[in-house]
Design a protein. Sequence first.
Length: 278
Amino acid sequence: MPGRIAIHLNDDTVCERRMDIGLRLAKERGAEAVGIYPSASVAGLQQDENILPQDVRSALRKRRDEHREATQALFLQKARERGVQAHWRTPHGDAEEGLTLHARYCDLLIMSKADQGDSLSALRPNLPAAVVMASGRPVLLIPNHGPIDTIGRRILFCWDQRREAARAFSDAAPLLLNCQALTVLEIDRDEKLMRDRDIHEDDFSDYCTNLGYPKPRHLLKDSTGYGVGNVILNTATDTDADLIVMGAYGHSRMRQWIMGGATSTLMSTMTVPVLLAN
C-alpha cells in the first residue's frame, strides 16, 4: 500500500476537490498525506512578475500569501478530521520542478488538468504532463467534474506490451491488490508479433492471477475510425471502471513535453481518474 500520497494544492477552482479525494485515498490506504503548494504557481506569479507595477505586485503577493495560509489551515484541518497524518510543503521556484522533486519522496502524486474556466491555473495547462514525464512516480489525475465515489475497485488497465504500460502496471500494484474487478484492454494488437515472440493468449491473465490480482476480463479492440483515446474512454464507460491505468507516452524537446495522442485525449476528456506512469 502507498506509504505517502502527495497532493498538488494551488489556487485553482478544483484544489479542494483534489484535497478531499487525496485525503480520502490516504485514509483508505493507511498512508500519510503530503500537501504540496508550489509558491511560484500561486496567483499566476512567474519569474517575470517584476515587470508589474509595485502596487500590483504587492496586491498579488498578499492574495497569494492569504490563499496559501487558508489552504494550509484547511488541509491540516481536514486531515485531522479524517485521522490522516499530514505534512505541508511549500517549495519555492518553478512549480514543475518542485512537484517533480517532491513526488520522488512519495508513492503517488494526485493532480488534475487545468480547468478552462480557471484563468489562473490555465497559465500552466501542461503541468500534469510535465510532472508525469519527469518525476519517475505515478500521477493520479482527477477529473475536474462529476462524482468520484470510489477509486480502484473496478480497474481498466491498458496493455500494449510497451515499457510505459509495464511500468504503470507495476506502479498500480497497491490498487490492483485490492480491486474487485480488473479489465485488461488491448487496442490494435499486433497478432504477428505475438506469434513471432511466442506470447500466449493467457500469459497476461496468468501473470495477474499469480500476483494475487483478480482474474482479468481481457478485451481486444480496434481503434479504426475512433482513435485509441476514445476507445479507452468508451471501454471505461462500458465496464463501469472507476480507474484507468495506463502508460504515458511522450518525449522532451526544448523542455516542452509532447504527450502521445491517447494520453492527450484522456487528459482532456476523462470522466474517471487516470493513473499515469512513464
